[in-house]
Design a binder for this molecule. Structure first.
Ligand code: ADP
Ligand code: MG
Ligand code: MG
Length: 877
């Protein structure tokens, strides 16, 4: 089979759709070559070879043969030979996985240079300085990437050299200095590794290829994959590509750019470049690069060609591209193209703009915005009207506001996060080793680096607010502080950053809620047109209900009535009800609650303006409404000590007695849900009366109200039958009293495995089902919801389970039980309406699943409604 794919002007084996095999970089290079875009020729060794190599640490004869053939072809095409002492072919060796892993895998440039061939190169181009610049770069990259020597070891020698010669920049070093550096670098390798820097280009190449493959398993690559849920088994491809030189003087240069602004989405060419520089100089933040717009003044022809290529790439890939280019003596070469990472705000703007431009359709636009994007856009930000003491400004690299305590190392950020502390990571610049810390921090500040620096790219990718290149900050790690424009900020002091403006603010700034802008509204409207899955909300007060409607909810899927019992003015009546010793006194207490409950429902019905409202009757065990026993004991002791004679002592004693008698060993599986309704029917009576009276009143006002009364924790059909009969009796009674006819429904939660399994029986008594996946997960796993934190994280670390099943629906187990419930329920009533409430209703993977198994709607908390609308649409596409 084919292990090596060639790319170049006239011979290109691969194409964009082969990214699994060629990696993103290889596929992009091949596709550009196919489009007639100038790409230095080269070849890609497939990810398949990587996987085989990592298994056995060797290559098959066939692989070695194909690589050899590709090198021959490359030599013929360039009319140069690897290691030729007269005119050597130089190549880069570049990694490239299926999905881009910025800065994760390493690249070696100028491979093929040796003590002999460097002379040939110098002669050929008549530029000794250039040749030794390439050579010293190569030796240090080879030492770092291939041999694993700390780059600092080379870097410090450069610094020494600059000091010695009293020059500022790398570009000020002359041929002699660079030659000397190359010698010293070789010395470092000898010292560190005990062997000489290899002088055979074939050996160099083989070692570099091995190193790229091996780098798939370096710790930071593993961390990145974990954070981004990338499969460990994919492997990376290797690209071997003819070198082009951005370091050949003032008509040469190198840069990275985005076809549009990746931070705002604005349709404007965006990027940075350096004149007379090679490869990584731009990203590494060694020199501060210039904005791309100014390139037009310096090398106009190449710039215009670059702009044209960007247009061509966008038209072809129909998305914003992230590109790398190099200009060698006025001639432009493209070195990479890939779909650009973008911020949440940019994702939304790009998607709506591209629909307007006719580049993509609405369905595609809806898939371009991710659930995480919406989550971020709905995150808090700094109040635009707030008075702020901005102490410094950097580049607005990744938008959003973040507040946290200053830390100076990635490890510190991670340690603090484990303690639940929020941090802002402050670094001179970040490198791939900092990824874990960046993920753990709320936001990142760097002193050096541009809009395409490591911190910026990774920050945007993670959706982490990020301010980079904040040169006014000087970090003093020894004293654990940083100075900025006359202020001193110590480790663990609070700072606030605004990644949308680049502001750094001392102290803790209050953040305000986000809003949905016009572009996002458009995306969500399109999502609504596309989706078939309904989206409701979980809300139990008019404010939440109103908010959810604004965010697009089409009804309430779960109104928990117990929350209505907690109000301060209600607790006495609720307690009285619980303390009641017989039905009669209980009814008396419930009578006091009735008008309050009715008010609640009036408010909620009003704010939902006729949309369906599912109301769950009281669910939790009664003891939850009583005060804590220890508190009561303390109060009793206090009263006894003060010699109280007002009878309070007896009162408290009675409450204690009741608390003791209501106490359950396992309340989650105890006297709750419909069990409560069946043992104390007067409670549900009161609730149903409140619902129906509210509905009747509003109907008289001309509103159309459709209450859906829901019975919790049903496992036996008779539980539902009895409760339903009671509910209907009360409903009919109220309607008769008020002389109003209401179209109400009575349904049930499916939240016990037994209910799902006998769903055909239960469906006989139900007008609808709602899967209560919180309790269903609890009862299917036998995991107590309130105790999982003691073992679930350990289970996750040990690989026993992937996700917390209370956050991400367990499709294999709980999901299977749901499927039984659905099919049994619909076998009796084919049109039975079914939804899901509980935390999973707003979780993207679970929403996809809900769609796949044929539910009619999901219900989630108000802030997740927009996410659910988007994901529901994505499910159908
Ligand atoms: P990464 O995936 O980290 O971006 P790349 O393989 O893209 O790594 O390479 C790093 C840098 O080296 C880039 O700036 C790229 O443009 C430059 N580079 C790679 N190959 C060549 C080449 N053949 N000629 C000139 N520059 C190159
Ligand atoms: Mg790159
Ligand atoms: Mg429940």
């Amino acid at each position: 089979s084919k292990f090596v794919y060639f790319f170049g002007k006239d011979v290109t084996d691969g194409k964009a759709s082969m990214r699994d095999l060629l990696g993103g970089k290889g596929a992009g290079l091949a596709e550009m070559a196919n489009l007639g875009i100038p790409v230095p020729p080269g070849f890609t060794i497939t990810t398949e070879v990587c996987v085989l190599y990592l298994e056995g640490k060797k290559y098959s004869e066939e692989v070695l043969k194909q690589v050899e053939e590709a090198i021959d072809k490359l030599e013929t095409l360039n009319n140069k030979k690897l290691g030729d002492p007269e005119d050597p072919l130089l190549v880069s060796v570049r990694s490239g996985a299926r999905v881009s892993m910025p800065g994760m895998m390493d690249t070696v440039l100028n491979l093929g240079l040796t003590d002999k061939s460097v002379l040939g190169l110098a002669n050929k181009v008549n530029d000794e300085r250039f040749a030794y610049d390439c050579y010293r770069r190569f030796i240090s990259m080879f030492g770092d990437v291939v041999l694993g020597i700390d780059f600092e070891k080379f870097e410090s020698l450069i610094e020494d050299k600059k000091k010695e010669l009293k020059v500022e920049s790398d570009t000020d070093l002359d041929a002699k200095a660079l030659k000397d550096l190359a010698e010293r670098f070789k010395g470092v390798i000898k010292l560190e590794k005990g062997f000489e820097f290899p002088q055979d280009p074939k050996v160099q190449l083989q070692m570099a290829i091995d190193a790229v493959f091996d780098s798939w398993n370096n710790p930071r690559a593993i961390t990145y994959r974990k954070l981004n849920e990338i499969d460990d088994s994919w492997g990376t491809a290797v690209n071997v590509q003819t070198m082009v030189y951005g370091n050949r003087g003032n008509t040469s240069g190198t840069g990275v750019a985005f076809t549009r602004n990746p931070s705002t989405g604005e349709r404007k060419f965006f990027g940075e470049y350096l004149i007379n520089a090679q490869g990584e100089d731009v990203v590494a933040g060694i020199r501060t690069p210039d904005f791309i717009d100014t390139l037009g003044n310096k090398i106009p022809e190449a710039y215009n060609q670059l702009v044209d290529i960007c247009k061509k790439l966008e038209a072809h890939f129909k998305d914003m591209q992230d590109i790398e280019f190099t200009i060698q003596e006025g001639k432009l070469y493209m070195l990479q193209t890939r779909t650009g990472k973008r911020t949440a705000a940019a994702a939304v703007k790009l998607a709506t703009d591209m629909v307007a431009e006719g580049l993509i359709d609405k369905e595609t636009a809806v898939t371009r915005v991710k659930a995480e994007h919406i989550d971020l856009l709905l995150h808090p930000r700094i109040d635009p009207n707030a008075k702020l003491e901005v102490v410094a400004k950097g580049l607005p690299a990744s938008p959003g506001a973040a507040v946290g305590k200053v830390v100076f190392t990635a490890e510190a950020a991670e340690e603090m996060a484990e303690k639940g502390e929020k941090t802002i990571l402050v670094r001179t610049e970040t490198s791939p080793e900092d990824i874990g810390g960046m993920a753990a921090a709320q936001g990142v500040i760097t002193v050096r680096g541009g809009m395409t620096s490591h911190a910026a790219v990774v920050g945007r990718g993670m959706g982490k607010p990020c301010v980079v290149g904040c040169g006014d900050i000087s970090i003093d790690t020894k004293s654990g502080l940083f100075m900025v424009n006359g202020h001193t900020v110590k480790e663990h002091d609070y700072v606030t950053i605004d990644g949308s403006t680049g502001s750094v603010i001392i102290g803790k700034v209050e953040l305000i809620d986000a809003e949905i802008n016009e572009d996002l509204k458009k995306i969500l409207q399109w999502a609504d047109e596309i989706r078939t899955l309904g989206v409701r909300t979980n809300a139990d007060n008019p404010a939440d209900a109103g908010l959810a409607r604004e965010l697009g909810a089409e009804g309430i899927g779960l109104c928990r009535t117990e929350h209505m019992f907690f109000g301060e003015e209600r607790i006495p009546a609720v307690r009285e009800m619980i303390m009641a010793e017989d039905e009669k006194s209980r009814r008396k207490a419930l009578k006091k609650l009735l008008p309050m409950q009715k008010e609640d429902f009036l408010g909620i019905f009003r704010s939902m303006e006729g949309l369906p409202v599912t109301i769950r009757l009281l669910d939790p065990p009664l003891h939850e409404f009583l005060p804590d026993k220890e508190e009561l004991d303390a109060k009793l002791r206090e009263l006894e000590a003060s010699g109280d004679s007002s009878g309070k002592i007896n009162e408290v004693k009675k409450v204690i007695q009741r608390v003791v008698s209501l106490k359950e060993i396992n309340p989650m599986l105890g006297h709750r849900g419909c069990r409560l309704g069946i043992t104390y029917p007067e409670i549900y009576d009161m609730q149903v009366r409140a619902i129906m009276e509210a509905a009747c009143e509003l109907t008289n006002e001309g509103m159309k109200i459709t209450p859906e009364i829901m019975i919790p924790l049903v496992g036996l059909v008779k539980e539902l039958a009895i409760t339903r009969e009671e509910v209907c009796k009360m409903a009919e009674k109220v309607m008769a009293e008020k002389g109003v006819k209401i179209d109400y429904k009575v349904g049930t939660m499916i939240e016990l495995p037994r209910a799902a399994i006998v769903a055909d029986q239960i469906a006989q008594e139900a007008d609808f089902f709602s899967f209560g996946t919180n309790d269903l997960t609890q009862t299917t796993f036998g995991f107590s919801r309130d105790d999982v934190s003691k073992f679930v994280p350990i289970y996750q670390k040990a690989g026993i389970i992937e996700h917390d099943p209370f956050a991400v629906l367990d499709q294999e187990g709980v999901g299977e039980i749901m499927k039984i419930g659905i099919s049994k329920g619909r076998s009796v009533k084919p049109d039975l309406k079914m939804g899901i409430c509980g935390e999973h209703g707003g979780e993207p993977r679970s929403i996809h699943f809900a769609y796949d198994i044929g539910l009619n709607y999901v219900s989630c908390s108000p802030y997740r409604v927009p996410i659910a609308r988007l994901v529901a649409a994505q499910s159908t596409i």
